[in-house]
Design a protein around this ligand. Structure first.
Ligand code: IPM
Ligand code: MG
Length: 359
């Protein structure tokens, strides 16, 4: 039976990078006879411009019906000043995550040895880096109620959000992380702020309860400020890291830079049945949109994760990852991973190189 992949290009560099991932998907679709059907829909600012809302009903329905979703990026200055948060591009992305129950966000940070010199950190600090950040994606302060922005009596403005998790939400992301750790090096670090925030006192309790079910996994705890420091001081001490929505957002950007460029990092956002949405960890980069210089590899690697986790095509996933590594063996670099002696290539040249390496 044909498998349906919904592609959501979004805004900024989204359409450019997704076009390259699409080329790669079409190529493996043929090569491995996957029977994938690729469709596109609007989300984010592009959807606001066309329909007035960031997540049109049609897009949400297509997302629910799809076997997997590949997203580029959303957002940009054009829509940033709308005081109505419901009409912001980010609501399109957050809406899909929450309406599809995509609570388990996997953000692997792997340093390709070919890029050891592209990192701003010393090669010996990052060489061999292979960590996985497991971020809770549909709860926490991103979604807590009440939330708002208002002007109080006396004309004083006030903004507020609520950081809330119940134990079931913590337990289900905890299980994702413990299972991932079990399949890797059996080391899990849970990141919280249990010295200040009650919600993360509960987080820590639930993680400790789960540890009893996973005696083979070594669980440790770290405060988020320390974790940020340790990530840049000695990142290889980590294997799997599990944390809440906002801490995970911040730490995964930091982890991304360890690998040389945020342009290299894929992600998977999964529901309880491994149905999911796949997207690069980076944003829509409006400053470089339309110039054909963005790095498409994070999106191409996200497509590989999609084939592995949601489309049951691990050989195709392996082939794409091997092709990316083969391309990095060549002296071809987009601007973000450029270094001495390399040739600078455009977004589409990089995509073409991956397709050629698949042959
Ligand atoms: C990410 C992004 C999103 C987030 C934004 C675009 C809503 O930064 O996926 O990390 O904060 O989750
Ligand atoms: Mg982010």
């Amino acid at each position: 039976m044909a498998k349906n992949v919904l592609i959501l290009p979004g805004d900024g560099i989204g359409p450019e990078i997704v076009a390259e991932a699409r080329k790669v998907l079409e190529r493996v679709n043929q090569q491995f006879s996957l029977g994938l059907e690729l469709n596109e829909a609007l989300v984010g600012g592009a959807a606001i411009d066309a329909t007035g809302v960031p997540l049109p009903d049609e897009t949400l329905a297509a997302a629910k019906a799809a076997d997997a979703i590949l997203l580029g990026a959303v957002g940009g200055p054009k829509w940033d000043t709308n005081p109505d948060f419901q009409i912001r591009p980010e609501k399109g992305l957050l809406g899909i995550r929450s309406q599809l129950g995509l609570f388990g966000n996997l953000r692997p940070a792997i340093l390709y040895p070919q890029l050891a010199h592209a990192s701003t950190l010393k090669p010996e600090v990052v060489s061999g880096l292979d960590i996985l950040i497991v971020r809770e994606l549909t709860g926490g302060i991103y979604f807590g109620q009440p939330r708002g922005y208002r002007t109080k009596e006396g004309g004083v403005r006030e903004g507020f959000n609520t950081y809330v998790y119940d134990e079931n939400e913590i337990r289900r992301i905890g299980r994702v992380a413990f299972e991932a750790a079990r399949a890797r090096n059996k080391k899990l670090c849970s990141v919280d702020k249990a010295n200040v925030l009650e919600v993360t006192v509960l987080w820590r309790e639930v993680m400790n309860e789960l540890a009893a079910e996973y005696p083979d996994v070594e669980l440790s705890h770290m405060y988020v400020d320390n974790a940020a420091m340790q990530l840049v001081r000695a990142p290889k001490q980590f294997d799997v890291v599990v944390t809440g929505n906002m801490f995970g957002d911040i730490l995964s950007d930091a982890a991304a830079m360890l690998t040389g460029s945020i342009g290299m990092l894929p992600s998977a956002s999964l529901d309880a049945n491994n149905k999911g949405m796949y997207e690069p960890c980076h944003g829509s980069a409006p400053d470089i949109a339309g110039q054909g210089i963005a790095n498409p590899l994070a999106t191409i690697l996200s497509a590989a994760m999609m084939l592995r986790y949601s489309l049951n095509a691990p050989e195709a996933a392996d082939a794409i990852e091997a092709a990316v590594s083969k391309v990095l063996d060549q002296p071809l670099r987009t601007a973000d991973i450029m270094s001495e002696g390399m040739r600078r290539v455009s977004t589409s040249e990089m995509g073409d190189a991956v397709v050629a390496a698949l042959a």
